[in-house]
Design a protein around this ligand. Structure first.
Ligand code: 16G
Length: 273
């Protein structure tokens, strides 16, 4: 359900050129929908957020001034300020009194203490999740994986490989084996569009309660870098582990590759007496 108007590439209005600053050539300005139930400031925030996340506005670059944004988007100063407040609260921009608003070096911060799905992670950040199904098959998993899923030797599992997007930007590759015993029929679901965790919980009534995971840095392989649209020299973050249901039944063995320029993982530590 995407209520926001589709962005369109435009010639930058005269008022903007007169100010004399460089405009990113791929700058997209949507027509804000004044009849929408979504307030204008939210539409504006969402549009700017998209352009920051996609790199149209680079880290450290200056956003158009409040006055420029008012003229460009034909909105009030209040709407512009509220939109910039939203971006500042999300850590996407920094406002420097007297100098302007600058794109901050913001990454998606994921807490390691909560077991969430990719869909939930993105929705919480007001980003539109989507997936490209790269592979789906039923096969015998590698021996170590089978053991972690507590499968019998040569027992089959469902393998799903998906490229995950936020607002159409590739963010991660999820590679998972699911135990067929606990989720029969999962292989036939619409794994490209649906949230697998939502399917597991709502359709199979399995409550996912815990994950045991490790995280490490690595270089992406050439095909992985191509899928993630990153330079092959950029490190990636690899999370591996097992997700369990109640009574410690293993449900998923996961290996996910995350872009390190888009993600950071937060860990809370408690000091025991
Ligand atoms: C998370 C999981 C991944 C799982 C996916 C399900 C990590 C560390 N964890 O990304 O294993 O397959 O969520 O997402 O990547 P979905 O419910 O949106 O399909």
């Amino acid at each position: 359900m995407q209520e926001f108007p589709q962005g369109i590439a435009i010639h930058v209005p005269k008022c903007y050129n007169e100010i004399g600053r460089d405009v990113p050539t791929n700058f997209i300005m949507p027509k804000l929908n004044k009849n929408s139930s979504i307030p204008l400031y939210q539409q504006l925030a969402r549009n700017l957020q998209k352009q920051i996340r996609s790199g149209t506005f680079k880290i450290g670059s200056q956003l158009p001034t409040e006055r420029e944004l008012m003229q460009l988007y034909e909105v009030s100063r209040n709407s512009v300020r509220e939109a910039l407040d939203v971006l500042a609260a999300e850590g996407l921009v920094q406002r420097d009194q007297g100098r302007g608003t600058f794109v901050a070096d913001a990454k998606l911060k994921l807490g390691l203490l909560r077991l969430t799905s990719f869909t939930e992670d993105m929705q919480e950040r007001h980003l539109q999740p989507s997936s490209r199904l790269l592979k789906r098959c039923i096969e015998i998993p590698p021996a170590g994986v089978g053991e972690l899923l507590q499968l019998l030797p040569n027992e089959l599992a469902l393998y799903v490989e998906r490229l995950r997007f936020a607002d159409d930007i590739p963010m991660a590759i999820n590679m998972s084996y699911f135990s067929l015993d606990t989720c029969p029929g999962l292989a036939d679901e619409d794994l490209a569009s649906d949230s697998i965790y939502a399917l597991i919980e709502n359709k199979y009534h399995i409550h996912l309660v815990q994950a045991k995971q490790t995280i490490r840095a690595a270089h992406a392989s050439k095909p992985e870098a191509e899928l993630l649209n990153i330079s092959p020299n950029l490190p990636v973050l690899i999370i591996e582990g097992v997700v369990f249901a109640q009574d410690e039944t293993p449900i998923e063995h996961l290996r996910s590759i995350y872009r390190s320029d888009r993600y950071e993982f937060a860990i809370s530590a408690i000091r025991t007496p």
